[in-house]
Design a protein around this ligand. Structure first.
Ligand code: TTP
Ligand code: MG
Length: 415
């Protein structure tokens, strides 16, 4: 048998939100289903596998998806349900290893090094994990197993849905070689065409290139891509580390231009994000505000906090300052906020609890109320004044932005 210095498994739920809705509602099974807002605005969060042959998928504007697949059933998202199923699945992973790194609601790395004795060879481990998840939830996951995080992740996507792909470490480099460069972590809409312009189309092309040539054209990323292409990736599965950032984008049912209106949406986002930051025991070191114009141009401003923050009050304060830095007059169709550079709360020793004490106390109380009675129970007075309440029809796209930043949370997002 191949020598496996480490056994790293990557698991990713298939068409997660859509699969959950099909499980909940038998009428939806076997049909094309889109998860997204019930209006022509906003973006599709995901599509069931029955819908994907029509070329629809995550982050596509709803209007476009409806045009391509008019027979699809549109289902609004139920984030609480997805979160609780995610927790259930992560708990199942934890039965297999203490080293589970959740990188999004539906995705995790699991370090299974040294567990052959309990669960068998790598392929057997993969089968057992898939079976355990399916038995408990009726949902399918796709699994990749290799010796590095990077190869395990590419492998889990290789044979979706319901796939299991095992890449022994001695074959990893050859297995990667024919794959397109966009499978390299960090290659997106900007870097992809740049590499192609250099005549580099496959991961194998990168592996065969001179490292100096890559560094010359790509700077630091050159060495990064070169190492990945050689299946070298020293990153460990880190227990419990989750998001690098937590954000919430609101695609609005009515465009906004006035600062007051934008602030009202940011306020909602700030409360959602702060609650999630605290629930995970994080503090944020920076904040990003995004506005999307009606021409679909995404504008971004970001800044570090003077000290780590975890309250909506602090988030909103910095966000409001950032708003003054946008020079576009609007109107805007999306308002988004992301807290980034997250640290564990106890590691951020500078956190001045005294100064933020009152805000924290109030918000912690609200956390409790929300936990008991749901998120719509408490509406602050500020939300109820002015031009109506915060849009009920606007869709919220909450997301965790992940470890390697390879994930695009909405169209026009990060490369
Ligand atoms: P993904 O794992 O990227 O997609 P998926 O599980 O729906 O499909 P696949 O079988 O290809 O893995 O994302 C998981 C969930 O996260 C997805 O069901 C919906 C949500 N999501 C968004 O809300 N916005 C996005 O841009 C993406 C990509 C996903
Ligand atoms: Mg998935």
């Amino acid at each position: 048998m191949d020598a496996w210095p480490r056994i790293v498994l990557h698991a990713d739920m298939d068409a997660f939100y859509a699969a959950v809705e099909q499980r909940e509602n038998p009428d939806l099974r076997g049909k094309p289903v889109l998860i997204g807002p019930n209006s022509h605005r906003g973006v599709v969060l995901t599509a069931s596998y029955e819908a994907r042959p029509y070329g629809v998928g995550s982050a596509m504007p709803v209007a476009e998806a409806r045009r391509r697949c008019p027979q699809a059933v549109m289902v609004p998202p139920n984030f609480e349900l997805y979160q609780s199923i995610s927790q259930q699945v992560m708990d199942i992973f934890a039965d297999f290893s203490p080293y589970v790194e959740a990188i999004s609601l539906d995705e995790a790395f699991i370090d299974m090094t040294g567990a052959t004795h309990f669960f068998g060879a790598p392929a057997e481990m993969g089968r057992k994990i898939k079976e355990a998840v399916y038995d408990a939830t009726d949902l399918h996951i796709s699994v990749g197993v290799s010796s590095t995080k990077y190869v395990a992740k590419v492998a889990s996507a290789h044979d979706k849905p319901n796939g299991l792909t095992v890449v022994p470490p001695s074959h990893a480099k050859d297995w990667l070689a024919p794959q397109p460069i966009r499978r390299l972590w960090g290659v997106g809409k900007k870097t992809g065409p740049k590499l192609e312009a250099l005549g580099l189309y496959t991961i194998g092309d990168i592996a065969d290139a001179e490292p100096e040539y890559l560094s010359h054209h790509l700077g630091q990323s050159g060495a990064h891509f070169y190492n990945l292409a050689h299946a070298r990736d020293p990153r460990r599965v880190t227990r419990g580390r989750t998001a690098k950032s937590i954000g919430s984008d609101r695609t609005l049912s009515k465009d906004v231009s006035h600062k007051d209106d934008i602030v009202r949406h940011l306020h909602r986002s700030a409360e959602r994000i702060a609650r999630r930051v605290r629930a995970k025991g994080y503090v944020a070191n920076g904040l990003r505000v995004r506005l999307k114009t009606t021409e679909f141009e995404m504008l971004t401003r970001q800044r570090k906090f003077s000290k780590p923050a975890d309250t909506a009050t602090e988030f909103l304060k910095l966000a409001t300052t950032l708003l003054d830095e946008f020079d576009h007059p609007g109107p805007f169709r999306l308002v988004g906020m992301t807290a980034f550079d997250l640290d564990w709360q106890d590691e951020a020793n500078q956190l001045d609890l005294f100064e933020t004490g009152r805000d924290r106390d109030l918000e912690l109380t609200l956390d409790e109320v929300t936990k008991k009675f749901g998120s719509d129970t408490v509406v602050r007075a500020r939300d109820m004044t002015g031009h109506g309440t915060v849009s009920k029809n606007g869709v919220n796209l909450d997301y965790l932005d992940f470890v390697d930043g390879e994930r695009v949370s909405s169209p026009g997002g990060a490369d």
